[in-house]
Design a binder for this molecule. Structure first.
Ligand SMILES: [Zn+2]
Ligand SMILES: [Zn+2]
Length: 229
């Protein structure tokens, strides 16, 4: 039996349409076309360049590197020639969220403004957990995306922060990982017992298109489950 030949990428009429403009085909294995990706990123990028030095300075002095810049607390960029594009970006984002992508924030995840708050709360709850009940924690926060830190690198950074700040026990090198188009997930088994424990720690970092002004963010979701003893 002969395998079907792979059609050339550029000529496939079956290419899925861009999830933002619904006109051009999505390219490079993404959900969007290249013009849309460029458009989506350029407004925030101009503004980000002005802020990036400030961000780096802030991170140098912060013990928790990830999530120093909260997505939910950003000052808006100055309104210039961008203003005419904004309603369009906003409308496109809304359509993306409502039609083709899962919600950016799962309602079961407790929202935090800062990574440090999330880790502190997790640490507190985990330390105070009852041995008689299954422990569950779901926390999320969102930051403005830094193009030099992709979802994988962000997940690795969150992993290190969890290791340092949460009180959870896991072995860094025993991670299981899963890559998606717009997300990266790291899963760990709890290592509290030498004989093995069914507890799990899941770190998921995904593109966050939820901002009304169209800035690209990164959402960090942390989910922990630990069995009763
Ligand atoms: Zn498009
Ligand atoms: Zn455990």
């Amino acid at each position: 039996m002969e395998l079907p030949s792979v059609p050339p990428v550029a000529s496939t009429i079956a290419d899925p349409k861009c999830s933002r403009c619904s006109r051009l085909p999505a390219t490079q294995g993404r959900k969007t076309c290249e013009p849309c990706r460029i458009k989506h990123n350029e407004a925030f990028r101009r503004w980000r360049n002005k802020k990036i030095q400030q961000k780096q300075d802030a991170e140098k002095t912060d013990p928790i590197v990830t999530g120093k810049r909260s997505f939910d607390q950003m000052d808006p960029p100055s309104v210039t020639s961008e203003s005419s594009k904004r309603p369009k970006l906003q409308a496109l984002n809304n359509s993306v969220i409502s039609n083709t992508e899962p919600p950016q924030t799962n309602p079961h995840f407790q929202k935090f403004t800062w990574a440090s708050e999330l880790y502190a709360e997790l640490r507190k709850q985990y330390a105070a957990r009852s041995e008689k009940k299954t422990f569950r924690f779901r926390g999320t926060h969102s930051i403005i995306a830094d193009p030099t830190i992709n979802n994988k690198r962000r997940a690795r950074a969150a992993e290190r922060d969890l290791k340092t700040h949460s009180g959870l026990k896991f072995k860094l090198l025993d991670r299981a990982k899963h890559r998606e188009d717009d997300a990266y997930t790291i899963t760990h088994r709890c290592s509290c017992l030498p004989t093995g424990c069914s507890g799990s720690i899941v770190i998921r970092v995904s593109d966050d298109h939820s901002h009304p002004l169209g800035w690209l963010g990164q959402r960090i979701n942390i989910a922990v489950i630990h069995p009763k003893s």
